[in-house]
Design a protein around this ligand. Sequence first.
Ligand code: IPD
Length: 268
Amino acid sequence: MLNDKNVVLEAVKQEKHVSTKSTPTDLVTEADRLVEELIISTLRESFPSHRFIGEESCAAGEPCVLTDSPTWIIDPIDGTCNFVHSFPMVAVSIGFAVKKELEFGVIYHCFEETLYTARKGHGAFCNGLRLQVSKEKDVSKALILTEIGAKRDPETLALFLGNMEKLLRAPAHGVRIIGSSTLALCQVAAGAADAYYQFGLHCWDMAAAAIIIREAGGVVMDTSGGPLDLMSRRIVAAASQEVAGFIVQQLKPIGYERDDCGERHAVR
Ligand code: IPD
């Protein structure tokens, strides 16, 4: 939402010009680029010395590495495939980090027009109402969310399905895929789901959501159980250490190139 206009929802109604990026299922539209330009140019007016990591800038070859400088990490349209099909799970996500620590995050659900926010040490909110994770400790009572990621080669799919099968056999109450990493992570923060895991997402999918989950009382970590690494392209998030730990033990890693491979630097 910019200047009280829901630019993304307006764009859903227009004809979409769709192209692909890293794989045939990694989609981008003119709206993704336009929204990112709007966000970066607006923020840059107020914060000229800050750095920016944006999904579409990086796709266009701009550098992508997190330094100690104040950095805005932006996904202009998360759930681009949903956006293309008018499937109502689409978000704008903006995280802010200083010295590589997340300070705050905002995620706007464009169809529901709800705003998830969190600031370090100040709690997490949805439209001003405090968020709290479910605190579920037992995976056999858990609803777990995940996303497929952009790679669909046989080896990746076998690992993806194998990981999901282990959780279904736990048995978790259910496993869901909604097509937007950021909104799925917000469901964990809101207590509507108990965990999320994924290989293949990006720093702009994780930044805002990670602080929203932490501030809602949840845990975020690497799929190995170590500290979350924003550039690693993998995450486990949960309502409790117990559920996160169980998921970590089940997962076989799926290899994705890091976001900061090639020692690229953030857009200035
Ligand atoms: C993607 C979506 C998708 C997830 C990918 C993300 P995008 O973001 O969240 O559900 O599987 O890993 O990169 O491309 O729609 O901004």
